[in-house]
Structure formats: C-alpha cells, structure tokens
Design a binder for this molecule. Structure first.
Ligand code: PEP
Ligand code: MG
Length: 557
C-alpha cells in the first residue's frame, strides 16, 4: 500500500479503477504561416468565438457556480486585449494556432504574476487555449476519458468546463496532481459532492486500471490497497450514506445539549436546499455576490429585495448576515483600488467599509428594512474585526439603523485573544476559521504551496477558539463557528467541546455533522477537545481527537 498525500475536499471515501485524463495537445510549431494574415485571423476569431459559445452552453447546462465560472472563462477568451495579442502575432507572419497558443500563454503569465484569486484563475486559461487550438486543428478537445465503466478520474488539474459536466454515475472520485483547496476544481467538486483529493503530486505515477482508495477526509489516495483496507473504505462509505438518509433532527449532542446546525449561503437561491437538508437557520450569509459582479454598490432597494427573499425562506428562524467582506481574495475596485503588496493584511473587511462608510450604512439600512418586513430573526455581523474599538464602531452603527442583534466575526487572532473585551461590546461572535487559521499560521489561504498550514486542527488555532468559547460562556453570549472547520464532523465535536454554541456550514455537510454530534455528550466533547489541544501539531491533534472519540465509544456499555 502506498499513501499519496493531497488536500481532501469533503469527507467522502471511494474506491475504483483509475482512468487518467489524456495529456494536453502538443504545442504548435512556430513556423511561419503559408496562408494570408486575413485567413489566419478569421480562423483564430472563429475558433475563439466557437469555444466561448461552447463554454457558455456548458455553463447553461450545468447551472449554479459552474455557470459563473464558465461564463467568466468565455469572457476571458474574448477579452479584446487578448484578441489584440493574437492579431499582433498573426500580423508578424505566424499561424493562427501558434498565435493563439502564445498569446494565451503570455496572458496567463500576466495573470499568474498578479497572484491571489486572479493568479489561481491563470490555470483556467490553459484549458481555454487548448480548446481553441483543438478547434483550429479540427481535433477533439482534450477531456474526460470514457473507459466504459465507473472510474476514479486522475488528472493534472481539471478544467472547469470538464468538472461542470462530470457524469457522477461514472466518476467515483477525482484526484488531481495540481491545484489547491481554493482551485476551481476544488470548489466545483465541493458543490457537486464529488469525493476528491487535489494537489496529490504523487498521483502522477498512477496507472490506468489500478485500483485506488480516495479518502477525502484524510486527504490521501491509497494505491495497491489491501483487501482489508478496501473493506474498511466500503464500510465507511456505507456509514456515510446511512448518515445522509438518517432522520433530520435539530443539532444536538448525545446528552441533549442543543448545537443548532446552520447553513452558510452565498445567495438566496441556496435557501431551499439548505432547508431541505435540515438547516435550522443561516449562520453565515455572504453578501459579497451582490457587489462583486458590479462596478458600483447596489442600491438600498436592490439589496432589500435580496435580503427579504432570503429572510422569507427562514420564517421565525435565525439568519446571520455578514456585511460586505471586500478586499484580499474578494477584490472590489470601488471600495479599494490602491495596489497593496499584502492585500490579506490590507484594507479589507470592516476596514474597507469604514473607509467608504456610506456603503456600510446603505447595507445596514437595507438589512434592517428586510428584517422589519419579515418574521425571521436577523443578526448582522462584521468581518475582519481586529480591535475592541472596531467592535464598538460597528455595533453602534448597526443599532443606529435598528439592527437588533449585532456581532462580530472573530477571524483575526487579536480579536480572539481579547475575546472577553470584544464580546462585552457585541451581542455575539462567529468564528471564521478560514481566516483565523490563515492569520494564526501566517499562511495565505489561496496559496497551494502553503496549503498544509491552512489546517484548523492546529492546536494554536484550537486554543484561540477555546479563548473565544470561554469568553462567550463567561458573558453568556453566543459563539458560533462559520468557517470550513464546522463541516468536519470530528472537528465539529471538538468545537462544541471548546464552547461553540452553533455550527454553520455548507448544507451538504449537515448530515455528517449531525450524526457525529449525536455520538458524544458535552463531557465527551470537552475531553476530546482537551486531547486535541494537548497535541503539538494539526495531524497529531486530529489523531488524538480520533483516539479519544473511539476510546469513549469502546468503553460504552
Ligand atoms: C472564514 O474566514 O472562516 C469565513 C467564514 O469567511 P470567508 O471564508 O468568507 O472569508
Ligand atoms: Mg473570512
């Protein structure tokens, strides 16, 4: 048995024979063209337009997040600056094929140099270029193989166009040798619930047809597994399927301690699915989608309509909306267009809003009006709070607009370390473990090369969470968790043991977390959390928690 490490997406486990994605097309030759420049330009234009239309059509068929990604790719393909680069190469006597290949490559380098979110999008350009070159050559675009039976797809990285239309009856799991946890492959795999491990460089050596186990929960791919390992993986997959079909009950520990299970939503359209999967409310409504696609802030009326639609889906339920979190991985020109060397440490979240206070005021007004018009219980929180002073600023402003429950996200270690004082000034706290981990570990959450640091199991992160939990308990104020950590079932138990009073996650994770909480009492959860806290790194914290959780089950009558 060989263990290939990567980053697991989701918690599933699957097994099956490998089918590898075909290698990319060879680079075209840069010999001079024998056709006229006009002919070459026409060929290039036709191919770019055809590929853009095909991407849009695939997007329309896939819907959801995939559609946004594919439409963005289609727009990139037809970017006038890129077109001008292609034209210039053809004018210099090159073929359409080479001009496309080379112009896309230079565009890719420009994007990659920008780093961050745009840098990660650079890889998407390779796929578009391959599709355009294939079209010019009149050969099929490289894509997902079809061996005629279900398979584990192994690829360098998957283009959004391929991930969007993966046939889930055939693809048992997905393994990529490149790509980090925030690559499009990862985002789309998460959205579709595909068992996936990304960035597993060692998977490049897997051969077609060999059987592997893809264990997303552990972030490993096992090649040449033993019969016993295959059997264990099968049993785990069955247990997960059983958890998914277990009755939907309110989130609770085994002793009846309520831990409400809430949904993270990025737009109101996800509400119906969240309710169907048993979300007891919304723990994080990310409002960025209203702002990111436009070059100016939406009006109060536009915002009110969206917030009202969301709140109406949760009558009498708690809905926690976060005011705009722009900057760093979510850049927004009209809030902050100053170039920053370290945008994650720059003018983002509440800092950016404060610098453009009218945008914050409009948002608070729209939220308060939507709250007044519906029966949901709206809570509003601010992202990236670093100081007690920022907490007071936000809470006072929110109250000015009639927001009844105003709180803060704890994502910056300073806010966790002063949680007693921060919570004294706010109605509640919600811990954003994605950013809290990024800042505690000084590891850019978008950077594949430091992805191993972005692990909320790290005892340093757990200790910060423990401080916030203790402050919440002392002041009798709610402390929710809304980062990805809450979606990891065993970590969810640890978080409850550290004092979390609610957990919010992608709706697809609710069933697993509900089942895990029901296995342990609050005392157990505290003991399991202690075991994790006592470890010296993330991997041993996870192991220690697993051992403590199993030990308890074995000693049960
Ligand atoms: C977080 O940082 O954990 C969080 C929930 O916010 P986002 O992922 O939107 O930054
Ligand atoms: Mg955050």
């Amino acid at each position: 048995m060989t263990e290939l490490r990567g980053v697991g997406i989701g918690l599933g486990v699957a097994q099956g024979p490998v089918a590898r994605m075909a290698d990319p097309l060879p680079a075209p030759s840069d010999a001079p063209s024998t056709a006229s420049a006009d002919d070459e330009t026409a060929r290039a234009r036709e191919a770019v337009a055809a590929v853009a239309r095909e991407l849009e059509a695939r997007g329309a068929q896939a819907g959801g997040a995939a559609q946004e990604v594919l439409e963005a790719q289609a727009m990139m393909a037809e970017d006038p600056a890129l077109q001008a680069e292609i034209d210039a190469r053809i004018a210099a006597g090159k073929t359409a094929e080479w001009a496309v290949h080379d112009a896309f490559a230079s565009f890719r380098e420009t994007l990659a140099a920008m780093g961050g979110y745009l840098g990660e999008r650079a890889a998407d350009l390779d796929d578009v270029a391959q599709r355009v070159v294939a079209r010019i050559r009149g050969v099929p675009a490289p894509g997902v193989p079809d061996p005629g039976h279900p398979f584990v797809l192994v690829a360098k990285d998957l283009a959004p166009a391929d991930t969007a239309l993966l046939d889930l009856d055939k693809v048992l799991a997905l393994v990529t040798t490149e790509g980090g946890p925030t690559s499009h492959t990862a985002i789309l795999a998460r959205g579709k619930g595909i068992v996936a491990v990304v960035g597993a460089a060692g998977a490049a050596g897997l051969a077609d047809g060999e059987t592997v186990i893809v264990d997303a929960a552990a972030g490993v791919v096992l090649s040449a597994p033993t019969a016993e390992e295959l059997e264990q993986a099968r049993a785990r997959a069955e247990a997960r399927a059983a958890a998914a079909s277990a009755p939907i009950t309110p989130g609770s520990l085994a002793d009846g301690t309520a831990i409400p299970l809430l949904a993270n939503l990025g737009n109101p359209e996800g509400a119906a699915e969240a309710v169907a999967l048993g979300a007891e409310g919304v723990g994080l409504f990310r409002t960025e989608f209203l702002f990111l696609s436009s070059d100016r802030a939406p009006t109060v009326e536009q915002q009110r309509a969206v917030y009202t639609a969301l709140l109406e889906a949760f009558p009498e339920r708690k809905v926690v909306a976060r005011v705009l979190d722009a900057g760093a991985d979510k850049p927004l020109a009209f809030l902050n267009d100053a170039p920053e060397d370290n945008p994650a440490l720059g003018l983002r979240g509440i800092r950016a809003l404060r610098a453009s206070e009218q945008i914050l005021r409009d948002q608070l007004q729209a939220l308060a009006e939507a709250d007044a018009a519906t029966s949901a219980d709206l809570w509003v929180m601010a992202p990236m709070i670093a100081t007690v002073e920022e907490t007071r600023y936000f809470v006072e402003l929110a109250r000015e607009y009639g927001v009844k429950t105003a709180g803060v996200m704890v994502e910056v270690p300073s806010a966790a370390l002063l949680a007693d004082r921060v919570l004294a000034a706010a109605d509640f706290a919600s811990i954003g473990t994605n950013d809290l981990t990024q800042y505690a570990m000084a590891a850019d959450r978008l950077l594949g090369s430091v992805a191993s640091f972005q692990d909320p199991w790290h005892p340093a992160v757990l200790r910060l969470i423990q401080d916030v939990g203790a402050a919440g308990a002392a002041l009798d104020k709610p402390v929710g968790i809304c980062g990805e950590a809450a979606a990891d079932p065993l970590l969810a138990v640890v978080l409850a043991g550290l004092g979390a009073t609610s957990l919010s996650m992608a709706p697809a994770a609710l069933a697993d977390v509900r089942a895990a909480l029901l296995e342990h009492t609050l005392d157990d959860a505290r003991r399991i959390a202690e075991a994790a806290l006592a470890a010296e790194d993330a991997a041993s914290a996870r192991d220690a928690a697993r051992a403590a959780a199993t030990q308890k089950k074995e000693t049960q009558p």
